[in-house]
Write a protein that binds this ligand. Sequence first.
Ligand code: GLA
Length: 397
Amino acid sequence: MNELRDFFQHQFGAAPTHFVQAPGRVELLGNHTDYNQGLVMALAVDKHITLAVAPRNDGVVEIRDMAFPEVARFRVDQIEKDPAIPWANYPKGLLLQLQQRGVKFGGFNAAIRSTIPLGAGLSSSAAFLVSTALAVRKLYPYSLTDAGAGAPPPPEANSALPPLDYMQKMLLAKACQAAENQFVGVNCGLLDHISSLFGQAWQVILIDCLHLTVNWSPLHGDIAVVVCHSGVKHALVGGEYNDRRAHCESAAKTLGVPSLRFATPEMLEANQAKLAPRDLGCARHIVGENQRVTEGSQLLAADKLVEFGRLLLVSHESSRHNFLNSCPELDLLVELAKTHAGCLGARLTGGGFGGATLNLVRRDQAEDFRAKMAAGYEQKTGRKLQSWICQVVNGAA
Ligand code: GLA
């Protein structure tokens, strides 16, 4: 925090008035199910984007990131893309969404510090969107309703803003998703934004993307969540992602259901001939993932972590063969993980096509697991492996 405060002071010549912070997330199970109205399990993790902000009275927004030299500077009444500063599309898209909902705000200065590794699939983009939404709320208090902006929240006795309630979090998550869909150009679902907002320490977040409900279930303390970053970021990620979504939607259309949430394995088998091969592969993945999340939440509740871990491996196989969103480096990481006695399960996490794997590892063997994974990965690929033991944390505030 001090480093960010000093950076802000140095860049803007005055101290910030507020700080906000939003975590990244790890998708535990339920891959690409979110935009298919499906089921997902996620964890908010101790990698954060922190914003230091202060209001300005000239209608200008100026954003400086501690890690990048470029400065994003624009008027709140003139928000446009600047291809030279692609990271600024996130706050810009979010500000436009707030404006479209009738939220009124002026300019501000913002400094960013991120501990979320880029390209690892831990959703720094969602954390950036969520922290921008919270920063504006601190500076220019607003609330949202289904119909647009509501009355500003009444300050509490100590003049602090009340914490976000369930409804506000859900409406903010939707605004963040809309920013990414409409301004950034990735047709992502709600998983990342919901996870960043609704996380709870040492709880698994269970998201039902049809009914838009969130529940929590404890994650047991003797298990470590280890994220291994392949260091690979495939080109055309947005294109691949949108392509998979199109196949899912096409499959649902052929099956005559509103979304793949309503498809069953029997339905897929009965309609094999009608479904285009890639539509069928994608549909098999989604239908299987929904089943695995249902089964997995029962296993977690019953403390059956070994069986839960096996579902992660099945999920990865399905990514690899049905959804085609893995890559050789991710497959290698999962193969290496399987050979470690302390590992209960491993799979790619998030969009895929590079990024990271999630590993559930017995806590007392987690450091040994990291060391063996690093050695094995470097030996086979020549690449250094970055890995983290993640703590499961509360959502944005
Ligand atoms: C990315 C997207 C999410 C979700 C996952 C895959 O993280 O942003 O909406 O679709 O991929 O589950």
